[in-house]
Design a protein around this ligand. Structure first.
Ligand SMILES: NC(=O)c1ccc[n+]([C@@H]2O[C@H](COP(=O)([O-])OP(=O)(O)OC[C@H]3O[C@@H](n4cnc5c(N)ncnc54)[C@H](O)[C@@H]3O)[C@@H](O)[C@H]2O)c1
Length: 458
């Protein structure tokens, strides 16, 4: 069968895999190929056991794979055949040299651009899907300037706003799709081509366009605002704990103001994941680069509150468990950075585990999807920890439970059974405010929510 368009995605990760699966499933007239430099990842995408967990992803991949969705190791052939190339490679925080710990590490993006140039025999649209610092398109464009006179590259920015855990829903029904282009004839033509792809399943008014720099910056700013809301409510939670106010009640009252809105006002152990921290650091770095230090300090404060929230959590455990955790067994419910994903990148839970190990606690970690990643993350950790898939087994014999991930499963456990199996006094520290605190208190637990009055038996 001849396909109308050849779409390639470079980078088969949390963004590349799900976004391309969605395009393939909505657009049977296009052939969609996803490539990666890690051959094992491609094997996994071609197997029954996909490399990432995302509700709904399995079904959609299995339906389209082999028909118009292909996962391939041959990056060169993929580039040669493509009309449109999405770049969805990782852009982690730089760990070396200038800007270490702040700036985005663009080596993967740059390598991708060089690969595109090397293998291209025809003109292509190159779409930045990775989150990158503003003006990266210019760098990509400069690399892509070709001596092959009949080959032209048009670079677009199309940042991805999906959230892990709800990626398929977000892709199927996004709040908006943003496409940035240069405002030249060829830029606008390329932009229209990308609009047409999304218009296969989205109403046109959800597909918004802008200049390329606004598009790049919008993604960083969107993540900064989301992270800022979490830090704002977390900053309120500490005051609530001191004053016996209830952060849930405050959030409800505040969130009903239509100018503010109720989303992202859930106090918690703090945000994690691969994006918020790195994108905020990246933004702060940009501000400092332009000498805008007051603004840089402002956004940096969002990160400081987040770190403080985890620190406060462990100090609270320590203080309430008679100032020592040494030799005590603590059960950690959840290592994933949020529910419905196995992703543990930058997860607050890992930070808490490391702090608990530093206090010489024995840590039993349980999670329905993240234990493989946890084993990798903790392989060099010093201290006494175990990974146990059954939460009842993990909690048995423990002095305390720390709820770190808002998995639905943890709401509905038989807490009487768990209480009976624990050391007494039994403590529960709810870093997500997801369990019924009154009920747990009645069972006999000493309960410590975030931003709400504690309930203790002594
Ligand atoms: N994860 C999210 O929720 C999310 C959401 C929106 C945007 N983003 C952004 O999307 C980008 C990708 O994120 P991710 O979570 O999918 O990362 P990821 O690490 O899961 O995937 C990136 C993939 O790119 C591959 N890769 C790197 N260099 C390559 C090259 N030269 N050729 C072929 N493959 C190469 C890597 O091997 C990896 O498999 C990042 O910029 C991120 O900030 C992520």
């Amino acid at each position: 069968m001849k396909f109308e368009k050849e779409i390639l995605c470079i980078g088969a990760g949390y963004v590349g895999g799900p976004t391309m699966a969605m395009i393939a499933s909505k657009c049977p007239q296009y052939r969609v190929t996803v490539v990666d430099i890690i051959p094992e990842k491609i094997d996994q995408w071609n197997s029954a056991d996909l490399p990432i967990y995302e509700p709904g992803l399995d079904k959609i991949v299995k339906q389209a794979r082999g028909k118009n969705l292909f996962f391939s190791k041959d990056i060169g052939a993929g580039i040669k055949a493509a009309d449109i190339v999405f770049v969805s490679v990782n852009t982690p925080t730089k760990t070396f040299g200038a800007g270490a710990g702040m700036a985005a590490d663009l080596q993967y993006v740059e390598k991708t651009a060089r690969q595109i140039l090397e293998y291209s025999e025809s003109s292509k649209i190159v779409v930045e899907k990775s989150t990158i610092p503003v003006r990266t398109a210019q760098a990509i464009k400069r690399i892509l300037v070709s001596d092959k006179s009949d080959v032209h590259f048009e670079v677009l920015s199309n940042p991805e706003f999906l959230a892990e855990g709800t990626a398929m829903r977000d892709l199927e029904n996004p709040d908006r799709v943003l496409i940035g282009s240069q405002e030249t004839d060829s830029g606008l033509k390329a932009r229209n081509e990308l609009v047409e792809i999304y218009a296969n399943w989205l109403p046109k008014d959800k597909i918004i366009t802008s200049n390329i720099w606004s598009s790049e910056l919008s993604k960083l700013v969107a993540n900064a605002f989301l992270a800022q809301r979490i830090s704002s409510i977390n900053a309120v939670s500490s005051l609530c704990e001191e004053t016996d106010a209830d952060v849930g009640e405050v959030a409800r009252a505040v969130g009903l103001d239509s100018r503010i809105g109720s989303k992202f006002l859930q106090a918690s152990i703090g945000f994690g994941g691969s994006c918020f921290q790195k994108d905020l650091l990246n933004l702060v770095y940009l501000y400092r680069h332009y000498g805008l230090n007051e603004e840089a300090d402002y956004w940096e404060g969002v990160l400081k509150i987040n770190e403080n929230q985890m620190d406060r959590f462990v100090k609270n455990m320590l203080r309430n468990m008679f100032n020592t955790l040494a030799g005590k067994r603590v059960c950690v419910f959840g290592l994933a950075f949020k529910a419905n994903t196995g992703d543990t990148r930058n997860t607050p839970s890992l930070t808490v585990v490391e702090k608990l190990l530093a206090e010489q606690a024995e840590v039993a970690i349980t999670d329905p999807k993240a234990l493989d990643n946890a084993a990798r993350d903790l392989k060099d950790a010093k201290g006494n920890y175990e990974l146990i898939s059954d939460p009842y087994e993990a909690a048995g014999g423990c002095h305390a439970i720390a709820i770190m991930t808002e998995w639905e499963l943890y709401r509905d456990l038989d807490y009487q059974k768990i209480f009976d199996s624990m050391q007494k006094p039994a403590f529960i520290f709810d870093g997500r405010n997801i369990v019924d605190h009154d009920k747990l208190f009645e069972i006999g637990f000493n309960v410590f929510p975030i931003g709400k009055p504690k309930k203790v038996h002594f």
